[in-house]
Design a protein around this ligand. Structure first.
Ligand code: COA
Length: 375
């Protein structure tokens, strides 16, 4: 990257603008996604969540002993300070789960006892899954669900999210979906994290800003909104009718479209297959799968817009018995690892991110005392 001395006009939403070099991951218009050099299907098929998190954070797959110490580092940092839980509880039963997590992360910035940067980051990574799983329980005054020792990171999150018994295949599907949510180059929240990191603020500040930008339905909030939509449509035969009505009202269809992927989102393709297989293995009613498939083909016929990860992750979470308001928190529990990788990469070669803007407002006005002003 070079430094610009003259302002350069860029596209709205920074579309198609490269603002940094990165070695963490790369998504491409042709539907490819690479994590540190590995195609996403290599990772999703063969690796585990902790291994993938280590890869994204460190740039290489861990050896056995590296993985053991990374896993142990997370395991021993999973406990959330009681004062942070009290602050979450104070928010009350109507608190939005992402607001509750963000408040808790801000509080951790003051209350966490970690001394060094790596410790702070591991603390956030470990605690985020506990905060996510409890983000609606604690504000409602319900008992905290905690991690159990000896479980995979993903199994631990799943057992905190739902009491429904999952098969080994279902647990593996959940782990794979978590790996797909772990990182995605310069999405809105990772960019936000880099902006905050560039000011040299601490990782808690960066993570709380990341959570703020994750909340919106154009980003992390999309998986919940997609599920609400699927539940409202219900019947695969109604997919076309629903879409046509939405187009007439110029409404966007959540779970479709992507800034980078225009033909297909590779993560959605993987999740579609996981959903189909998961329902088939249990001999379950496959209406939800058929509904998604019908929406996908009607949307493609009408607009040539493909589904994204959120569209197929949501029905997987639903089929696993997870409550809808927890879907965006799950996203946060996974993406915190990507955020921290971006935080560190930003600091490796930091320059304060402070773009320019083109002023198109008025100028040269004279101050008018308040008593002399009129509308
Ligand atoms: N439903 C209907 N139309 C859509 C659409 C959707 N989900 N996504 C894009 N489009 C249309 C836009 O209306 C626009 O049409 P126009 O050129 O006739 O105005 C065109 O496709 C380009 O869309 P735009 O919003 O400019 O693309 P973008 O790259 O800025 O948007 C998203 C990417 C993700 C913000 C957008 O696709 C969207 O809002 N999707 C729904 C939310 C979602 O699922 N978010 C999760 C993303 S992983």
């Amino acid at each position: 990257m070079t430094d610009a001395s003259d302002p350069v006009k860029v596209h709205r939403g920074l579309a198609g603008v490269s603002v940094t070099d990165t070695r963490i991951s790369r998504s491409d218009v042709d539907g490819s996604l690479v994590y540190r050099g590995y195609p996403i299907w290599e990772i999703a098929t063969n690796a585990g969540f902790e291994e993938t998190a280590y890869l994204i954070l460190n740039g290489n797959l861990p050896t056995g002993s590296q993985l053991e110490s990374f896993t142990e580092g997370l395991r021993k940092r999973g406990e959330v300070p009681p004062k942070v839980l009290r602050i979450m509880r104070e928010l009350g039963r109507d608190a939005d789960p992402i607001d509750a997590i963000r408040t808790a992360v801000s509080a951790l910035g003051s209350l966490d006892s970690e001394k060094d940067l790596l410790g702070k980051q591991m603390s956030l990574e470990a605690k985020m899954s506990v905060l996510a799983a409890n983000s609606h329980r604690v504000p409602r005054g319900e008992a905290l669900r905690t991690r159990k020792s000896g479980l995979r990171f993903s199994d631990n999150l799943l057992q905190m999210l739902t009491t429904k018994e999952a098969t080994e295949y279902e647990r593996r599907v959940f782990e794979r979906v978590m790996m797909l949510y772990l990182e995605h180059d310069l999405n809105a929240s990772s960019f936000t994290v880099r902006v905050v990191a560039s000011t040299l603020a601490d990782p808690y500040a960066a993570a709380s800003a990341g959570l703020a930008s994750l909340k919106g339905p154009l980003h992390g909030g999309a998986n919940e909104a997609a599920m609400e939509m699927l539940l409202s449509v219900k019947d695969p035969a109604k997919a076309g009718e629903f879409l046509q009505a939405a187009f007439k009202e110029k409404r966007k269809i959540v779970g479709f479209g992507h800034r980078v992927y225009k033909e297909f989102d590779p993560r959605a393709r993987l999740c579609k297959e996981y959903l189909r297989e998961m329902l088939a293995r249990r001999g379950r009613d496959d209406t939800l799968y058929r509904l998604c498939d019908a929406m996908e083909s009607e949307m493609w016929k009408a607009k040539r817009i493909p589904p994204n990860l959120d569209f197929y992750a949501a029905p997987i979470f639903y089929s696993l018995g997870i409550e809808v308001p927890l879907y965006t928190p799950i996203f946060a529990a996974c993406r915190i690892f990507g955020w921290m990788a971006h935080y560190n990469e930003q600091l490796e070669n930091n320059k304060l991110i402070r773009p320019d803007s083109t002023y198109v407002g008025l100028s040269g006005l004279k101050y008018v005392p308040i008593q002399d002003r009129s509308l």
